[in-house]
Design a protein around this ligand. Structure first.
Ligand SMILES: Cc1ncc(COP(=O)(O)O)c(C=O)c1O
Length: 400
């Protein structure tokens, strides 16, 4: 009998966290490393939000709270859904967890039985398939390559649905590609779901506010109100408010589902940090004026990276609608050999050689389910991005 749970054999540790850790180790060892692996903005949390946390501490808001969130935060979330998405929820339909990650995990734990299938369009955020596996379900990945701008078509969705399908996990703008579905593209998918009433929709709207060039974000229950009763709309403060370390995510959906998710949370972590919850109240209710200048900065960085990567022969880097990632294809470079003698057999070999030979850390595409690509996070300074892209250009120019 082995000591560790057999469940763990089904999952792997997060590759993005592994890349970030490896880059930090090399840096600590004195190497000149530029990390483009991190999934968080480099901006500081806005001062008003920090102040709200300090006030919460001073007022002694430092005790256990209701398991899935204080009423004040739930009200702020209800208001946010109405304001931004024209969705009507009551506080009883809202749950708050320790990051969007816990909320997604709770939902899967609360609903999946062995044999249940969950459709996950690829490229996907690394945690979706492994969370499904941990919860005892079966991920069904649908490959959406560069030719369809990394978006799933209605035909692909239709073909992936079986009688065992329980959920579709949807993410727009996407990690890792930054691709965002337009209203019409999303309507194409929701039309398919309307024909399959047994399939629920888990939409991860974490990058809602990070949308560029006039891209209009939309969320499924808004596009197709007929799906409201089987949609879990997930969001959080981590990305837009530069609050990754505060660990607050939330969701709204049918009350019975929210209650079941609360049960999971009540027997695992209980409430998310009380102080962070008060900070999140300020994030959602307070001024939103830092979003536009932050986005301007992100657009500039995105354009810089896209231009420098597209200048490389053999590489193709689409311009994404949102988030802070690009997901270039390196199809034209596979089979070549680096100046340091590494054979670029696939995207993992590329990322490994790039890190070892140039000190630039990116995440290989296989981690996200579509190859040969890699993910660059451009949530870092212009100088670091310029230097990193110059090193990538030099590395690629040295491939023979
Ligand atoms: C698409 C997506 N969903 C959810 C999360 C998790 O967010 P949080 O930090 O709030 O748990 C991330 C974080 O990287 C993400 O990229």
């Amino acid at each position: 009998m082995t000591f560790l749970s057999a469940t763990l054999d089904r999952v792997k540790p997060s590759p993005t966290i592994a890349v970030t850790t490896k880059a930090a180790e090399l840096k600590a060892a004195g190497r000149d490393v530029i990390g483009l692996g991190a999934g968080e903005p480099d901006f500081d949390t806005p001062q008003s939000i920090k102040d709200a946390a300090v006030v919460a501490i001073a007022l002694g808001k430092t005790k256990y709270t209701a398991v899935d969130g204080i009423p004040e935060l739930k009200s702020a979330i209800v208001d946010k859904f109405k304001r931004d998405n024209n969705l009507d929820y009551t506080t009883a339909q809202v749950t708050v967890g320790t990051g969007g990650k816990q909320v997604l995990y709770n939902a899967l734990m609360a609903t999946l039985n062995p044999g249940d299938e969950v459709i996950v369009p690829a490229p996907y955020w690394v945690s979706y398939p492994d969370m499904v596996l941990l919860a005892g379900g079966t991920p069904v990945t649908v490959s959406c390559g560069i030719e369809s701008a990394f978006k799933m078509t209605p035909e692909q969705l239709e073909a992936a649905i079986t009688p065992k399908t329980k959920w579709l996990i949807f993410n727009s703008p996407s990690n890792p590609t930054g691709a965002g579905y337009s209203h019409d593209e999303l309507k194409g998918l929701t039309d398919v779901l309307m024909r399959h009433p047994h399939v629920w929709l888990m939409t991860d709207d974490m990058y809602e506010h990070l949308a560029y060039d006039g891209f209009q974000f939309c969320t499924p229950a808004e596009v197709e109100p007929g799906l409201y009763d089987r949609t879990l709309t997930v969001n959080g403060v981590s990305k837009a408010y530069s609050m990754t370390g505060w660990r607050i995510g939330y969701a709204a959906g049918p009350e019975a589902l929210i209650k079941a998710m609360r049960k999971v949370q009540s027997q695992s972590t209980s409430n998310p940090c009380s102080i962070s919850q008060w900070a999140a109240v300020e994030a959602l209710n307070g001024p939103q004026d830092f979003l536009a200048p932050n986005n301007e900065m992100f657009v500039r960085r995105r354009n810089l990276v896209v231009e420098m990567l597209n200048a490389i022969e053999g590489m193709e880097c689409p311009v994404p609608e949102g988030a802070f990632y690009v997901y270039p294809s390196l199809k034209g470079l596979i089979g070549k050999t680096s100046a340091g003698g590494a054979l670029i057999t696939d995207d993992e070999a590329f990322a490994t050689a790039l890190l070892e030979e140039t000190g630039v850390a990116v995440v290989f595409g296989a981690a996200f389910g579509v190859s040969p690509n890699f993910r660059v996070s451009y949530a870092t300074s212009d100088e670091a991005l310029k230097e990193a892209c110059t090193r990538i250009q030099t590395f690629c120019a040295g491939l023979t």
